[in-house]
Design a protein around this ligand. Structure first.
Ligand SMILES: C[S@@+](CC[C@H](N)C(=O)[O-])C[C@H]1O[C@@H](n2cnc3c(N)ncnc32)[C@H](O)[C@@H]1O
Length: 222
């Protein structure tokens, strides 16, 4: 099992923050931005002036695409990732915090998103419990991550990515971690039912970036 000690994870992201966007562009052949944009476009309609929370917001890619859908708050525990997000999306509020202890009142958000984040959390159920707590009744939760067991995605991640990373990024530890954590994470079919005990009913799953990314969309039934 990959070591997901929160302090280690936070340090890892603090260290790679300055190059995170650049490396992501290289290893995904630019597809990650397009995929992220499409997942936000495909979200169900939201109320006017929707309150939106983007967890594990990182350098703010999802927050950037979400800003046209309502008032966006991004949360992350890496100060350096947040610094990049603040530059990218000055319109959003960014808060330093932990997904497993959210600093928000119950029933605060119409939409909560998490992109490429839950996989890094030692206790994902604790984060999901918090997401359910801060969602308004009927609110939407969107989980986005790499899609496991897709033959093209697996080939790219297991063979092409390590090769590219060695060329562009000699310290391969964070990207070895990425590949291992991806291999261990829930399959999309598991994700479809995994959060039902928390009132999160999966209403849609869609694949993006040639099947390499999967967005699972849930409605919160209180
Ligand atoms: C792979 S990045 C994803 C960033 C962004 N969502 C994206 O789509 O590019 C994962 C982010 O999750 C953050 N993170 C991991 N565990 C966290 C936790 N328990 N609480 C808050 N942030 C966390 C890391 O600091 C990092 O910025």
């Amino acid at each position: 099992m990959t070591d997901k000690n929160p302090e280690k994870i936070r340090k890892m992201f603090d260290e790679i923050a300055a190059r995170y966007d650049f490396i992501n562009g290289i290893i995904s052949f630019g597809t990650h931005k397009r995929g992220k944009k499409q997942t936000i476009r495909d979200l169900p309609p939201l109320p006017e002036n929707a309150e939106i929370l983007d967890l594990c917001t990182g350098t703010g890619d999802l927050a950037y695409f979400l800003k046209s859908r309502g008032r966006v708050t991004g949360l992350d525990f890496s100060q350096n990732m947040l610094a990049a997000a603040r530059k990218k999306v000055p319109e959003a509020d960014f808060i330093l915090g932990d997904c497993t202890k959210l600093p928000f009142k119950d029933n605060s958000f119409d939409l909560v998103t998490i992109g490429f984040g839950l996989r890094n959390i030692e206790n994902p159920d604790r984060a999901i419990e918090e997401i359910a707590r801060v969602l308004k009744p009927d609110g939407i939760f969107m989980h986005l991550d790499f899609s496991k067991n897709n033959p093209l995605g697996d080939f790219v991640f297991d063979m092409v990515v390590p090769f590219l990373v060695q060329i562009f990024y000699p310290n391969t530890v964070p990207y070895k971690y990425l590949i291992e954590s991806k291999q261990e994470f829930f399959h999309p079919a598991e994700l479809a039912v995994r959060f039902e005990p928390y009132g999160l009913k999966c209403i849609k799953q869609k694949f993006y970036a040639c099947g390499m990314m999967c967005a699972s969309v849930y409605r919160f039934v209180k």
